[in-house]
Design a protein around this ligand. Structure first.
Ligand code: 3H9
Length: 721
């Protein structure tokens, strides 16, 4: 066996072509980057490598590999896409990518992709152009076309190649949702031909390349297609049905706010109706146009803002980074909905948890709630049976303080009552003397809770959102006394749980609930004034929220939401005082979905029926009238934006970026708008001030523009440079 010889190496791009016993290995290991991305410098280097393989008879086949441990190729360099100035440039970039991959696909020698990690966007498009795909069976191997999540569409042939490989419906599902496909699923759906242990990926890829070069057919798993799929996908009429349904689903889901999926659908359809060349042309045209849209700009902003936040260090007053301690064992007090949710994400991250409640039946209910979520992952084959058992073995239930002495962090999720929380703090300082004490309160100021502590420097808030295993945000709330080390530990641990963490200063409602308060209150006032439940929810879902505010209240639970009203009113007076109907609805005993009675009616199974019109009898004016969607959005969203600025002004949030991320990840503020501060920048601070002043004239006291907003309006400046 000969030793591999390096035929080409380009240090700037990290591309190396070696020749190993007749097989070329083209590997990418981008310097100074944790991932491989596709940038414009790569094109000419790849071209040169393809030429060598094509013209040099010593190469009988080619293997494409990544030099990174966990990613194959993470797609086009988003930073470079952000720099595109004109739609024509975007379209040209896409055409360039298509042509390069067409060359790869047309190489007359077999090309094998050895996929050992994330193959995303343009990365997956490279793999799709290869003749044979082998994936490492590892959790880090994910395949996806996430471009629509960035406001784009796959621009390097993905809309044309994927349907022909996995079938139309499976391809549309991937392209329109951008969802991640794990290695095993990719193999089952025919997206990759083989699945192998990561340790032998390279060897199998080399062997397969040699066999293919000798004309030996590889073992191929045949994609199973049911009769219904054949009926729908193998003829023009069936495909028309598929495209129509997909379009309806996209419109129902995006409400027309995201142009990417519709453009992708058009490109796929053109490929079928007018031929592949037309499909490729449509793909490139759309790519260029989408890259220029505000939606794309906001979504890419969120991508980079989220990444920057992930890496930000907690600093001491002198500017030096604060060290964080490892959380080797976690205590959770209170096995209710939130306590069980926190336990779930902690054990899934491998942390042993002591879960304490006052009585065994409550502990057992908490344990069952954890098991339910973990078992769902087993059912979906995201965990093996052994992993499931290992995860559940990390949950230790208790009704006393045994096992707390060596906890590094304890999160309390007990009843929202200050006296009860004080008792917990005192007990914890005795029983878990070296632990950081975190409260999951959503309403009580942390400094009030810390007042009972002998060591307030170890007390902070960790505000998780419900359901904990699904909601991506964590607010870490600090008081002036919280030590930077305690903060750093809570932040690092939150990140380990997979959460996006913002650090906020203490204050009623912290950040997320504070900006939510005027939004929810105003929807209640609109109800008082005669707007219908559907009109309010529809207007704000159309604006881009995942659900309308009254649906949100039903989902969260009216009792839970009702708790913050008096606290916000006490802290901020008239501006954030809840309106009559909200208070009445809560007082009438409606708890929302969990009690099958709220703003909506629910059947016995808890399935939502129509709005509950008997709510109107609780309003000061029971008669209903038409209120325009525009009025509803201005009344609810503008005070939310104004309150976000007040939070910045008051130092609750550290930056507009944190305010944007907190709102998008915490309450589902429409991502395509980039967050409250990006929305203000797009609207113009001066316009918002004018709008708020008009509203303030109609409803004195609730819409007074924040001073900082006025400053930006006067200076014509933006929150984001
Ligand atoms: C596309 O492909 C268009 C094509 O169809 C058509 C072309 C013609 N670009 O997230 P991490 C950086 S559109 C630039 O912390 P993880 C990231 O910013 C693209 N930078 O790691 C960060 O930088 P820094 C479609 C990128 O392990 C660092 O890498 N692709 C890109 O948690 C580490 O990232 C996507 O949308 C990129 N494409 O997750 C995939 N990818 O250290 C986006 C990563 O300076 N990427 N970076 O802050 C991801 O989803 C995750 O980064 C990934 C790794 C799963 C890969």
């Amino acid at each position: 066996m000969s030793t591999p010889t390096v035929v080409l190496h380009d240090a700037a791009t990290g591309v190396t072509l070696t020749l190993d016993d007749g097989v070329g290995v083209l590997s990418l290991d981008q310097p100074d980057s944790p991932v491989n991305t596709l940038n414009s410098r790569l094109g000419p280097v790849f071209e040169e490598a393809f030429d060598r393989v094509l013209h040099d008879a010593a190469f009988t086949a080619l293997v494409l590999a990544s030099g990174k441990a966990d990613t194959w190729i993470a797609g086009a360099d988003i930073e470079e896409l952000r720099g595109l100035q004109r739609a024509e440039d975007g379209a040209a970039l896409a055409r360039g990518g298509q042509q390069l991959l067409a060359r790869l696909a047309q190489l007359p020698k077999p090309v094998v992709a050895a996929i050992n990690g994330a193959a995303l966007g343009g990365g997956l498009e490279v793999a799709l152009a290869c003749h044979h795909r082998i994936a490492a069976d590892h959790p880090k191997t994910i395949l996806a076309l996430p471009e629509t999540q960035l406001g784009l569409l796959p621009g390097a042939g993905g809309t044309q190649r994927l349907p022909r490989i996995v079938g139309l419906q499976a391809a549309l599902d991937m392209i329109l949702t951008g969802k991640n496909i794990r290695a095993r699923k990719a193999w089952q759906m025919g997206l990759v031909h083989e699945l192998v242990h990561p340790a032998i990926l390279r060897d199998v890829a080399m062997r397969r390349a040699r066999e293919l070069a000798r004309g030996i057919a590889p073992p191929v798993r045949k994609r199973r297609t049911g009769a219904a799929t054949v009926l729908l996908e193998d003829n023009a009429l069936g495909r028309m049905v598929v495209f129509r349904q997909a379009r309806e689903q996209v419109l129902a889901k995006t409400r027309g706010n995201y142009p990417g999926p519709l453009a992708a659908l058009d490109a796929v359809q053109r490929g079928y109706s007018d031929g592949e060349a037309a499909g490729y042309a449509a793909e490139a045209e759309h790519f260029g146009q989408l890259a220029m849209t505000p939606v794309c700009k906001q979504l890419t902003y969120l991508f980079f803002a989220g990444n920057a936040l992930k890496k930000e260090e907690v600093r001491r007053a002198d500017g030096t980074p604060a060290a964080h301690a490892p959380v080797r064992k976690l205590g959770v007090i209170g096995a209710g909905f939130m306590g069980a949710g926190i336990t779930t994400v902690a054990v899934q991250a491998g942390t042993p948890v002591r879960l304490k409640d006052a009585a065994w039946p409550r502990v057992a209910a908490g344990w069952r709630a954890v098991r339910e979520v973990v078992r769902e992952r087993l059912r979906r084959k995201q965990l093996t049976r052994a992993q499931f058992d290992d995860t559940m073995a990390l949950v230790g239930g208790t009704t006393d303080w045994r096992g707390f002495a060596d906890c590094d962090l304890v999160i309390e999720a007990v009843f929202e009552d200050l006296a009860v929380k004080h008792g917990v703090v005192r007990d914890l300082e005795r029983e878990a003397p070296r632990s950081i004490i975190a409260s999951n309160t959503s309403t009580i100021p942390i400094r009030d809770i810390a007042a009972a502590a002998a060591h307030p420097e170890r007390v902070l808030g960790m505000h998780f959102f419900s359901p904990v295993h699904k909601m991506p945000l964590l607010e870490v709330i600090v008081t002036p006394q919280t030590s930077p080390e305690a903060t750093a530990t809570a932040v690092a641990y939150g990140r380990r749980l997979g959460k996006t963490v913002i650090v906020v200063q203490d204050g009623a409602g912290f950040y997320v609930n504070r900006i939510l308060a005027p939004y929810l209150n105003e929807s209640g006032r609109l109800l008082d004034e005669g707007a219908t439940i559907e009109a309010i929810d529809r207007a704000l879902a159309d604006y881009g929220f995942p659900v309308g505010p009254l649906t949100l209240l039903d989902e969260v639970g009216l009792d839970i939401a009702g708790k913050s009203g008096p606290i916000m009113a006490a802290a901020f007076g008239e501006r954030l005082t809840p309106p009559a109907t909200l208070t009445q609805v809560i007082a009438s005993g409606r708890l929302g979905r969990k009690a099958k009675r709220g703003f909506y009616r629910y059947d016995e199974q808890g399935k939502r029926q129509g709005p509950d019109e008997s709510v109107y009898a609780l309003a000061p004016h029971p008669a209903r009238q038409v209120v325009s969607a525009d009025e509803i959005c201005r009344r609810t969203v503008y005070p939310l934006l104004n309150e976000a600025v007040r939070c910045l002004e008051d130092g609750i949030i550290a930056s507009p970026r944190d305010g944007d991320i907190g709102a998008v990840y915490g309450i589902g503020f429409p991502p395509f708008r980039g967050g409250p501060f990006r929305t203000i920048d797009a609207l113009g601070a001066a316009t918002l001030v004018r709008e708020l002043e008009t509203l303030d004239t109609r409803f004195p006291g609730r819409f007074t523009p924040a001073a900082l907003l006025r400053e930006h309006a006067a200076g014509g400046t933006h929150f984001h440079p």
